[in-house]
Design a protein around this ligand. Structure first.
Ligand SMILES: [Mn+2]
Length: 358
């Protein structure tokens, strides 16, 4: 157990007036223990109290999780784990529950023990959102793998494979470059498919003049990367060249504004104002970014509604885009870590010249 991290969460519980907390999110358990759990349908939770006591509830069949902590309550398939957990929940205590915990367990626990149940909300998020140097190093490695994969994905573009077939190459590439996983939702979009920000790869084939958006992410030592590049196949229209320039200007300008103390909404506004100034505001359909860490999208958003100030050690994407339905689109995404007086970009992969692949 990483007691420094645990202590920060416990401090957050005290501040929020929470007596006990039930954590089930595998990413949070990884954050605290360095082990990923995959309990399937069986209940696996970490019960915390505001004194710092931490107790796991784990099915005895999953004895490979014995390393998670010193204090584990093992239950058998013949026992009801919710009843056991209910015995440890204090009557009328304020009990914060992980937002992803299954209603299948929570509703039964609520019937089992009368308490003041609430969402754990941002108690854990606010600890996880500031990365330590070890986490930043893992993110950097993950990004280096991602750059190799995106380079190979771009170099292999051609008319022979559909978006979906090209997307399927990801699995082998991430294995080859040493990732321990990848974002299976990644975007590979050709031509008109780029007119929608989150296109799901289908049987579209590459044609001359197409924009190509590749938005992919690796996982390395539990930490995610995320990166988008847009290239063109054989040629690019004047309109697409113009859009590429605008998105690049928005991305570079917004990224250059990153430093501790600047608000997330200002980063979004700086990028969005540039795109709007050129008349494409309505085609930039999403927030400019998101934090990243053990999960691909973490708290908080880098968006217009988030007035939170950036703290040193926060890691997030800056990824403006313009998507023209029926025509094509451009997104450029990098990841940064905020520092006291600026930022470090995790990527050096080229973007400043529009790239045409043959
Ligand atoms: Mn992203």
């Amino acid at each position: 157990m990483r007691s420094d991290r645990l202590q920060k969460i416990v401090a957050g519980m005290r501040e929020a007036g929470v007596d006990q907390m039930i954590l089930s999110d595998p990413s949070t358990i990884y954050y605290l223990t360095g082990s990923f759990v995959a309990p399937g349908l069986r209940m696996l939770v970490l019960l915390l109290d505001s004194q710092g006591k931490a107790t796991f509830y784990i099915n005895a069949l999953q004895s490979d999780y014995a390393g998670l902590g010193e204090d584990i309550v093992w239950y058998q398939d013949s026992q009801d784990p919710v009843k056991l957990l209910g015995q440890a929940v204090r009557e009328n205590a304020r009990v914060a529950v992980d937002k992803n915990w299954s209603a299948n367990f929570l509703l039964r626990l609520m019937a089992e023990k009368k308490a003041d149940y609430c969402l754990s909300g941002q108690i854990v998020d606010r600890v996880r959102m500031v990365k330590d140097e070890g986490e930043i190093a893992a993110l950097q490695e993950s990004c280096l793998i991602n750059e190799k994969v995106i380079d190979e994905m771009i170099s292999l573009l051609g008319p022979d494979r559909t978006e979906q077939q090209h997307h399927r190459l990801l699995h082998e590439m991430y294995c080859k470059y040493g990732a321990d996983g990848y974002n299976i939702i990644g975007v590979v979009a050709y031509g008109k498919s780029c007119g929608y920000a989150h296109h799901k790869a289908d049987d579209t084939r590459l044609a001359p003049g197409d924009s190509v958006i590749i938005d992919i992410g690796a996982r390395y030592k539990g930490y995610r990367s995320d990166m988008t590049r847009t290239v063109f196949y054989k040629s690019a229209s004047d309109e697409m060249r113009e859009i590429y320039k605008i998105v690049l200007e928005a991305q570079l300008t917004a990224m250059d504004a990153v430093k501790a103390g600047v608000r997330f909404c200002d980063i979004d506004k700086i990028g969005r104002d540039i795109i709007t100034k050129y008349g494409y505001g309505e085609y930039f359909t999403h927030r400019i970014g998101h934090n990243i860490g053990i999960d691909g999208h973490e708290f908080p958003d880098v968006g217009g509604a988030n007035e939170m100030e950036i703290l040193p050690g926060m890691c997030f994407s800056v990824e403006p885009g313009i998507y023209i339905p029926g025509k094509g689109g451009v997104r450029i995404e990098d990841l940064v870590v905020a520092r006291e007086d600026g930022y470090h970009c995790f990527y050096t992969y080229p973007k400043k010249e529009l790239r045409i692949v043959e």
